[in-house]
Design a protein around this ligand. Structure first.
Ligand SMILES: NC(=O)c1ccc[n+]([C@@H]2O[C@H](COP(=O)([O-])OP(=O)(O)OC[C@H]3O[C@@H](n4cnc5c(N)ncnc54)[C@H](OP(=O)(O)O)[C@@H]3O)[C@@H](O)[C@H]2O)c1
Length: 336
């Protein structure tokens, strides 16, 4: 299979049309199998996936060390094609708690030094703060990454979960490759002002949560037991009546998927792929089986009739519940 590619904005690299988000291999969705996680990264690289996404705070460095190990044990040709996108800035505690974000230039340099060491690489391909630090102007944070580029430690600058005004300020400071933000059939907030802004400025979108953290994958069931530290155990869309309503949307989607002979997850990923060449979905597969299903979305062609049927089954704004709980929403510049 020849992997399709897309460009990370007008200034960024060509990457595979689907990226692999590695977060769930270390954190937030309950236990993951280390051996299977590494096998999944290897299988992704083998299939032509070149973009691996992580955050230094996913399992407090665990995710970066996992990716480092997977890269070291991959065939050299695959390793050399891999591009690693890293988020930094989240402040954590030993109990797993979250206590804000740090975007000061000295902190950016410190975070980068640790990430390079854990990943075992001499540069980071795309580097971004995970959430805007309200105490530090974005120009300072982005300026610090631009200095790391001059020094050869980083290749490109990205953004994460910021709104149109911040995107413009960042882009006026230095070239921005991509904005990483949640985008799926049931999280379409970016369509109003964020996507028009990135398009105007030649910035790509790396879309996360394209399966809404598994909710619209077709595999999620109302009786699923979640560990206490699973994000979904307290995410509004996964609770009670909200969950029942949202799984009803999935059943409407399933009818369309069945008519096309594909899976629900493939329809959901294909819908994001169909929204523009400037959008690269990051899929959160953590097993080879899920990865294979996700990659199948690249072969799903959605024509106008399919897109209209999908829109009717899951209209914009149809989901019940916010995409984050109130405390996490308060950190989202993109929601202001
Ligand atoms: N910038 C940010 O603020 C931000 C926030 C969150 C995530 N991210 C990045 O985006 C990546 C993707 O996000 P996400 O993991 O929340 O996205 P996702 O792809 O919507 O959800 C992944 C979950 O969906 C389930 N799933 C079911 N079928 C699947 C299939 N065919 N392929 C993949 N997953 C399937 C899996 O659960 P089971 O394994 O239980 O089946 C998996 O844990 C993350 O890994 C992370 O790198 C960024």
């Amino acid at each position: 299979m020849t992997m399709r590619t897309r460009s990370l904005g007008t200034t960024g690299p060509q990457v595979s049309a689907l990226g692999l988000g590695c977060m769930g291999m270390s954190a937030l969705y309950g236990d993951a199998d280390r051996t299977e996680s590494i096998a999944t990264i290897h299988a992704a690289l083998e299939a032509g996936v070149t973009l691996l996404d992580t955050g230094d705070f996913y399992g407090m460095g665990h995710n970066e060390m996992l990716i480092g190990e997977a890269l070291r044990s991959a065939p050299a040709a695959r390793r050399e094609q891999a591009l690693v996108s890293v988020k930094f800035g989240a402040l954590r505690g030993p109990d797993g708690g979250w206590s804000g974000y740090d975007g000061r230039p000295a902190a950016v340099r410190n975070f980068a030094a640790y990430s390079l060491q854990r990943l075992g690489v001499d540069h980071i391909d795309v580097y971004r703060i995970a959430r805007l630090d309200p105490a530090v102007p974005i120009e300072e944070t982005v300026g610090a990454i631009a200095e790391l580029i001059e020094q050869g430690y980083v290749r490109h600058i990205g953004l994460s979960e910021v709104g149109a005004r911040t995107i413009r300020r960042a882009a006026a400071t230095a070239p921005i490759a991509d904005l990483q933000i949640e985008y799926s059939l049931i999280s379409r907030g970016i369509e109003e002002s964020i996507l028009p802004t990135t398009r105007e400025l030649g910035i790509a979108v790396t879309a996360y949560g394209v399966l809404s953290r598994g909710l619209i994958s077709g595999h999620y069931t109302a009786d699923r037991q979640l560990a206490a530290n699973d994000f979904r155990a307290f995410s509004p869309r996964f609770q009670g009546d909200n969950l029942r309503h949202n799984l009803g949307l999935v059943e409407a989607l399933r009818k369309i998927a069945e008519q096309k002979g594909v899976s629900v997850a493939q329809i959901a990923i294909a819908w994001v792929l169909a929204q523009g060449e400037d959008i690269v979905p990051l899929v959160g597969a953590r097993t080879r089986e899920r990865l294979t299903e996700s990659l199948g979305a690249l072969d799903v062609r959605l024509d106008d009739a399919d897109l209209a049927a999908i829109e009717q089954a899951v209209p914009a704004g149809a989901a019940a519940g916010d995409r984050y709980g109130a405390a996490a929403l308060a950190h989202l510049d993109s929601e202001r």
